[in-house]
Design a binder for this molecule. Structure first.
Ligand code: UD1
Length: 369
């Protein structure tokens, strides 16, 4: 069967690696994958580096859409994906997560009656001011098979009526585990063998914090960004701990003079360009603690048994908080500092909530059968 895989943003390229690997290793005789890159992310360190490191085939189609307002960007993608879907026969389309590329793929394929396989279905933040929440709700509604990574995701879909039998609607929910967990297991040792980022940054295991900030509500609100950076500077200074902060281009472009001053006032705050997947994997494995507003990095913190401070008002990955492995601190200066103090002394357990590392295999088995 011929499947179109749509990717566009950094985390989708990473998730797609797990499925492409499983196709190459186990399903090559049954599935031919055609990769379409929307071009949502286009900087080398936001896109190409992941193809190089993760061994994903180069995209057969690249729409080169680039950045833009949500409607404008999504519309260009819908049109480009539709053209590709019309250019030959496809038996289905694989969509990942909740970005504008996901939304565009869902709209284009659904109008052409092409089965949609949504990987990372059922996640909900219940915060509709997030563009991602809109994208995931729409994509789930249009999907044929919804691959949920956790029991919480399955429960969300049940609440929304996805398990109710319907005479004409045929859709299926599968709890398959998380493809990102497949990847973390696969690449943890590769990162340790191949990466020298710890030496380059003079970092010692368990003696630094890794932080990422890229959500629009943090980057586009100068006060929230100021609170986060001030809390990071305070923690670095009082605990004498380096904080490594690989910056998404969106965040870097929003730094004001005030933000720069906060950063410059604390020599232990290390800003840098976005990292490759292997570099990030290695820094996650060895960090004392992780602070992030990214969904993916929250999970990777859990996979590598690192406590995590969540720089958002809520999370879709509620089980991380329920198991005391993470604390939601939002962009609140005092809550971030308090969370750090709490997590430093907390005994945390990390049960296997995200599957068994074979999510991609289960997904392909389901699609093929
Ligand atoms: C997108 C996803 C988000 C995901 C994130 C991962 C949506 C709505 N959001 O957010 O869910 O967590 O990707 O990184 O799809 N930019 C560059 N170079 C690039 C890409 C972006 O400079 O290669 C800058 C541009 O100024 C752009 C801004 O980043 O306007 C935002 O990029 P965009 O793709 O709109 O959203 P992300 O914030 O990356």
């Amino acid at each position: 069967m011929h499947i179109l895989t749509v990717i566009g943003a950094r985390p989708q390229i990473i998730k797609a690696a797990a499925v492409s690997r499983a196709i190459a290793n186990m399903f090559a005789d049954k599935v031919t994958e055609h990769i379409l890159h929307t071009g949502q992310h286009y900087d080398t360190n936001m896109s190409q580096v992941f193809f190089d490191e993760l061994g994903i085939p180069q995209p057969e189609y690249n729409l080169g859409v680039g950045s833009g307002r949500h409607g404008e960007q999504t519309a260009k993608m819908i049109s480009g994906i539709e053209n590709v879907l019309l250019s030959r026969h496809f038996d289905g389309i694989i969509l990942y997560g909740d970005t504008n590329s996901t939304l565009a793929g869902a709209i284009a394929a659904s109008k052409l009656h092409i089965p949609i396989y949504h990987i990372e279905a059922g996640l909900r933040s219940f915060n509709r001011s997030m563009p991602e929440e809109i994208n995931r709700i729409v994509c789930d509604q249009l999907s044929t098979i919804l691959f949920a990574p956790t029991q919480t995701a399955v429960d969300n879909l049940r609440e929304e009526g996805f398990f109710v039998e319907h005479p004409t609607l045929s859709r299926k929910v599968v709890n398959c585990g998380d493809v990102m967990y497949d990847n973390s297991l696969h690449f943890a040792q590769v990162a340790t063998r191949q990466c020298d980022i710890m030496q380059r940054l003079s970092l010692q295991p368990e003696a630094y914090i890794l932080a990422t900030i890229h959500r629009d509500n943090n980057t586009d609100d100068p006060q929230r960004l100021e609170h986060i950076l001030s809390a990071l500077a305070y923690i670095a200074h009082t605990d004498n701990v380096p904080i490594v902060l690989p910056l998404h281009p969106r965040t870097r472009s929003k730094l004001s003079v005030l933000h720069q001053n906060i950063i410059n006032s604390e020599p232990l705050l290390h800003l840098m360009q976005p990292l490759s997947f292997l570099e990030m994997t290695l820094l996650e494995q060895n960090a004392k603690l992780i602070m992030t507003d990214s969904g993916g990095v929250q999970k990777e913190a859990f996979f590598f048994e690192r406590p995590c401070i969540i720089l958002r008002p809520e999370t879709e990955w509620v089980e991380i908080v329920q198991h005391d492995a993470g604390i939601i601190a939002d962009a609140d200066y005092q809550r971030i500092i308090d969370a750090y103090a709490q997590l430093a002394h907390r005994h945390v357990s990390f049960p296997p909530l995200f599957g068994d590392g074979h999510a991609a295999e289960k997904i392909l088995q389901t699609i093929v059968s």
